[in-house]
Design a protein around this ligand. Structure first.
Ligand code: FAD
Length: 496
């Protein structure tokens, strides 16, 4: 099967599309594929072209941290025939290096001939965040990675077999990786600023329960908490040999993987002076995924969208399901159908160490978490995250389909009656729930949330302002306030 190159279309669906109108998507990820599919299914009569620097057919990126068996064949979303049938042209292995939004043309690296467009969708996604050399000397050594695409993930697995790996971060990608590296790497060390894995999203109690489960299931993992990598030293071949941490730990290792959030790939768009890009580098779009430049749309990890459930009213949700939905919304707008992203309720799914985890809503700054079920032995539970009279989010472990059902009870329209819970939860877990902790153990007022999440402020500003607003005496660990403020700023992109 042909996996790279340009797919030519011969009368797909028995018709010839108008060559006058061309919808081009940059990227071949979740958002771009959904954009192309929705446009064609909505009877767009012109050409549809996906231009991507990937040299594989569009694939499922969510699996990169879940399996060491990475191949285009294993991960592909659809066969080449499917694209051909819909009349979607794929120009793979083709990086776009410039977009001229005045002349409506884009320039690719493989040819000097510009590609004209009538409508443009930017679905360039994001890449893993790496610290700078100033913050972490030695960051340019060999065998230091993020997991941003299939090639990088493949390199991580190639160099990790039977070796010692240090993973910085303790969110979803980090924990999936630990589970995948079980029986594969010799040893994995997690270095994290948090006290517990998943803490920023799920809270300390659930973080503790999941950490216990991970440690029971993965014998070759150790957690170093309230800590972070401060420098990396290498051997004579320029490969990683040791990391030194804030807490003066020295960990001998062969590979370092950063799983500390992501950076949007928005450089193509922000090169245009007219383009509206947030300080965090995300492309600012309307509820219909339009940018401020006519006929240019954006979605997925690169876009900052207005969202009712976000505390500041805007957010980037770095999830597969969200990316696909933004692609559909942009296509709908082109087809003159106004479907708004604003009421969207995020939904995230994953599995690791033999459990399935679902999360729906946007639970930041909850007042209280309410836990149903067993978080100690058998790990089957559901957690509601509440703020005032609203359920902000719901997380479940091994308890499908609760999250999928409860997502309809989340959001502004739903006023929660204390002590009354969705029936599917009380039917599954008839015992009384227990209360978890508040968000990081203290309440934040709305203004503080906005300060921390303000897309117009830089991380440093947010840290300074955050530090002023938090009373350090509330914390047992004095490093925590700084870490918290930084993490909150990073988490403005709701990356799991
Ligand atoms: C390791 C990992 C695990 C994840 N696990 C989960 C999970 O379990 N559940 C979940 O919901 N989400 C998960 N996510 C997040 C999810 O995969 C992303 O939110 C989603 O893929 C974003 O889609 P996108 O279309 O915005 O961008 P992407 O899927 O990142 O696609 C971007 C595309 O743009 C192309 N591109 C970029 N720049 C250029 C250029 N200049 N020229 C041409 N092409 C370009 C890239 O080649 C790529 O094809 C995970 C992400 C990672 C990295």
């Amino acid at each position: 099967m042909k996996e790279t190159g340009v797919y030519s279309i011969s009368r797909p669906l028995g018709k010839i599309f108008s060559h006058q109108r061309v919808a081009v998507a940059i990227g071949s990820g979740a958002s771009a594929v959904a954009f192309a599919q929705s446009l064609r299914e909505g009877r767009w009569e012109g050409r549809i072209v996906l231009i991507s620097k990937d040299n594989f057919l569009p694939y499922d990126k969510t699996r990169l941290s879940e399996t060491v068996n990475l191949s285009a064949e294993n991960l592909k979303l659809k066969d080449a025939d499917w694209f051909q049938h819909l009349g979607i042209e794929l120009r793979l292995n083709t990086a776009v290096h410039r977009v001229d939004m005045t002349k409506r043309k884009l320039y690719v690296e493989t040819t000097r001939v510009p590609v004209p467009y009538t409508k443009l969708f930017i679905g360039t996604g994001s890449r893993g965040r790496l610290p700078t050399t100033r913050l972490v000397p030695g960051i340019n050594l060999k065998n230091i990675y993020t997991i941003s695409d299939i090639h990088e993930a493949q390199r991580v697995y190639d160099v990790s077999k039977g070796k010692t790996v240090v993973i910085e971060g303790s969110g979803f990608i980090a924990m999936e990786l630990v589970s995948t590296m079980k029986n594969y790497a010799k040893m994995s060390y997690i270095v994290t600023r948090q006290k517990r894995p998943f803490q920023t999203v799920l809270g300390e109690t659930i973080g503790k329960a999941l950490q216990r489960h991970i440690m029971k299931n993965v014998s070759n993992v150790e957690f170093f908490t309230f800590d972070e990598i401060r420098s990396i030293t290498g051997n004579e071949k320029g490969e990683v040999k040791m990391v030194k941490t804030l807490k003066k730990r020295e960990i001998n290792c062969d590979v370092v993987v950063y799983a500390i959030g992501s950076v949007p790939n928005s450089e193509l768009f922000s090169a245009d002076k007219r383009a509206l890009v947030s300080k965090s580098g995300h492309i600012v779009v309307t509820e219909f995924c339009e940018t401020n430049v006519t006929d240019v749309y954006a979605g997925g990890d690169v876009a900052l969208v207005p969202l009712d459930c976000a505390v500041t009213g805007t957010a980037t949700i770095a999830h597969w399901n969200f990316a696909s939905y933004t692609g559909k919304i942009a296509a709908a707008r082109i087809l003159h159908i106004n479907e708004s992203i604003k009421p969207y309720i995020p939904f995230y799914y994953t599995s690791f160490c033999g459990i399935t985890l679902r999360y729906t809503g946007f639970g930041d700054h909850y007042d209280e978490s309410i836990i149903f079920g067993d978080i100690f032995d058998n790990l089957k539970f559901c957690v509601l995250y509440r703020r005032e009279r609203k359920i902000l989010a719901c997380a479940t472990v091994n308890a499908d389909p609760i999250a999928a059902r409860v997502c309809f009870n989340i959001g502004d329209h739903f006023q929660w009656e204390p002590g009354v819970y969705p029936k599917i939860i009380t039917d599954t877990f008839p015992e009384l729930p227990i209360l978890g902790e508040e968000f990081f153990g203290f309440k934040l007022d709305r203004e503080t949330c906005i300060t921390l999440y303000d897309s117009q402020s830089t991380t440093e500003e947010a840290v300074r302002r955050g530090n002023r607003q938090f009373d350090a005496s509330q914390y047992k660990d004095t490093e925590f306030p700084l870490g918290l403020a930084e993490d909150k700023q990073m988490n403005f992109v709701f990356m799991m």
